[in-house]
Design a protein around this ligand. Structure first.
Ligand code: HEC
Ligand code: HEC
Ligand code: HEC
Length: 138
């Protein structure tokens, strides 16, 4: 059931091009306290996902769970997922726009055209997404 639900969101995302806007725009200097809490807990129920993240460049750059999944309280899909430890809004959907918060500078260097930027970001996202999903649904 979860699969269909996520696919529906994915389809909606294609149409609206990212309704979730994470607020984190630069990687923190060290792993954030929020991310440490996410990891502590998610090691238990998503060991594969945590392990994959642990060997990624994002991990090396202190870009953690919270940096990608963080949401603004105003976002329609924002929710307080864990009200004991982290108590911050997150969203399940991490859209290409969220990635663009940090990656737009690189994109701009590659091309001055907005169209090309969008294309590159989209390519980034679609190459990463299947990796995540494979772990989640395996
Ligand atoms: C105290 C434990 C705990 C902490 C802390 C925690 N999570 Fe979770 N999280 C869970 C559990 C258990 C689930 C699976 C149950 C569920 O789907 O609600 C889950 C599910 C999720 C989901 C999928 C939700 C869904 O409905 O499919 C996401 C995304 C997520 N967590 C991200 C995060 C992020 C990001 C953080 C840190 C800001 C975090 N979690 C902190 C325990 C935790
Ligand atoms: C580089 C950004 C990024 C980082 C870092 C990241 N995620 Fe995600 N996460 C995503 C994307 C993209 C998806 C695919 C689904 C989506 O569009 O949100 C996803 C999906 C998930 C899901 C599945 C949601 C579901 O309902 O099946 C969970 C759970 C989750 N992430 C938890 C975490 C945890 C825990 C961490 C830290 C160990 C983490 N994420 C780090 C981007 C990220
Ligand atoms: C908080 C900032 C931030 C966010 C949000 C973010 N990234 Fe990154 N990303 C980075 C940094 C920093 C690096 C490391 C650059 C390096 O060391 O080369 C990186 C590296 C990458 C790499 C290269 C990884 C490798 O192993 O070669 C890819 C691909 C990437 N990000 C895609 C994404 C995607 C897709 C999203 C959204 C789901 C995303 N990023 C969200 C900051 C971020």
């Amino acid at each position: 059931m979860r699969k269909w639900w996520l696919m529906g969101i994915g389809a909606a995302l294609l149409l609206t091009q990212g309704f979730a806007m994470a607020a984190v725009k630069v990687p923190p200097k060290q792993m954030s306290e929020e991310t440490k809490e996410c990891v502590k807990c998610h090691k238990k129920n998503n060991p594969g996902l945590v392990q994959m993240w642990g060997s990624s460049k994002h991990y090396g750059a202190n870009v953690g769970c919270y940096e990608c999944h963080q949401a603004d309280a105003k976002d329609p899909d924002a929710f307080i997922h864990d009200d004991k430890k982290v108590k911050k809004n997150i969203s399940i959907i991490v859209s290409p726009k969220d990635c663009a918060n940090c990656h737009e500078i690189e994109e701009k260097q590659m091309s001055a055209s907005h169209h090309a930027e969008a294309g590159i970001l989209w390519a980034l996202w679609t190459t990463c997404l299947p990796k995540w999903l494979r772990v989640i649904w395996a």
